[in-house]
Design a protein around this ligand. Structure first.
Ligand code: HEM
Length: 345
């Protein structure tokens, strides 16, 4: 039971000298009481020695978050009460709005192990020290559907990997298709609005094949390459662990001498690339909307860990100048005949 002592002072607890721990909760030296009672009869929290004190979100020790400041006994809550404002604002934002794209996703922890050093091309230790094991988190997602939508619709799949390297976190996103819809990012909001539900009716959900999408595609010739991939079996993966991943963009690696090499990243599933049939996909969406999430969870629980080879395409600026296309255009891929994949981990 808390010790309650009546006090004639409105704030009779001991003021902390300095919080010993920042953020969320702090502890400070106070050996008197755990609560005191203020002028209005309200309890004031006072942390005893070694106890965690009540704080604001910024770690400021406070005595009370149950009574707002008022102009007088009868009421008129005062907006200058920053504790009230912080508490209510925090509460109002407790639900993070759903992401506009890739809202439906499933992830797992794992690791990356380097088998082939890229020391000649980079100074990043994760790509240099063979045998180095780097923890990572991978998240796979559909693009169009909401957070509660089914796993199996025809859609590109996101491939988001966060490597927790010794030199800091490295985020690498990809898709399970090697090209993208558009050449200029300024069209992305228009593309996504076209992919999402028709604005006047809110359907179809999680499905690209409807009028606004085809209107967009018919007016955007650069999208045709991606549409061919979208209409292939790749957009009906049998399992999340049976998808290829592509970083799509060209990145630059810089070595110790300051020399640069272009790189494209690829993930290749050890289980091979496999898809469902359209009929299977349709039935699965109804019978088990969580089909991919469940399959990944069950496989990991049973010790059947999904695995990918991580590969790169490396090429110089001089080579790139010889390509009959612009490799910085995300609607183009670099044929493997031109630049073969090298597995590095
Ligand atoms: C053309 C410009 C693009 C724009 C403006 C764009 C924008 C976005 C936005 C706004 C999100 C949601 C972020 C969030 O709510 O936290 C997102 C997520 C994502 N994007 Fe893009 N995107 C673009 C192109 C791409 C491309 C080319 C790829 C593939 C290489 C890609 C892969 C992803 C993935 C995998 C996610 C989900 C990340 C996760 O699971 O955390 N995006 N993108």
């Amino acid at each position: 039971m808390p010790k309650i002592e009546e006090s004639s002072e409105s704030q009779s607890h001991q003021t902390p000298e300095s919080p010993t721990q920042l953020g969320g909760a702090s502890s400070y030296d106070s050996d008197v009481k755990e609560y005191s009672v203020g002028e209005g009869g309200e309890w004031h929290h006072c942390a005893a020695q070694g106890e965690l004190a009540l704080t604001t979100n910024q770690g400021l020790v406070i005595a009370d978050n149950q009574n707002s400041l008022r102009a007088n006994i009868a009421g008129t809550t005062l907006l200058e009460d920053f504790i009230l404002r912080e508490k209510i604002t925090h509460f109002d934002h407790e639900r993070i709005p759903e992401r506009i794209v890739h809202a439906r996703g499933t992830g797992a922890h794992g690791y990356f192990e380097l088998t082939h050093s890229l020391e000649a091309y980079t100074t990043a230790k994760i790509l240099i020290e063979v045998g180095e094991v780097t923890p990572l988190f991978a998240r796979f997602s559909t693009v169009a559907g909401g957070a509660g939508s089914a796993d199996t619709p025809r859609d590109a799949r996101g491939f988001a990997v966060k490597f927790y390297t010794k030199q800091g976190n490295w985020d690498l996103v990809g898709n399970n298709i090697p090209v993208f819809f558009i050449q200029d990012a300024i069209k992305f909001p228009d593309l996504v609005h076209a992919i999402k539900m028709e604005p006047d009716r809110g359907f179809p959900q999680a499905a690209t094949a409807h009028d606004t999408f085809w209107d967009f595609i018919s007016l955007t010739p650069e999208s045709m390459h991606m549409v061919m991939w979208i209409m292939s079996d790749r957009t009906l993966p049998r399992s999340l662990s049976m998808m290829e991943g592509f970083g799509i963009h060209s990145f630059r690696l810089i070595n110790g001498a300051g020399e640069s090499t272009f790189v494209k990243f690829h993930w290749r599933p050890k289980l091979g690339l496999q898809s469902t049939l359209w009929d299977e996909t349709m039935k699965l969406a109804g019978a088990d909307p969580d089909f991919h999430r469940r399959e990944l969870f069950d496989a990991i629980s049973a010790g059947h860990f999904p695995e990918w080879e991580f590969a790169v395409q490396l090429f110089t600026e001089e080579q790139a100048a010889q390509f009959p296309f612009d490799h910085l255009d995300a609607t183009k891929l670099i044929p493997e005949e031109l630049v073969p994949l090298q597995v590095i981990g």
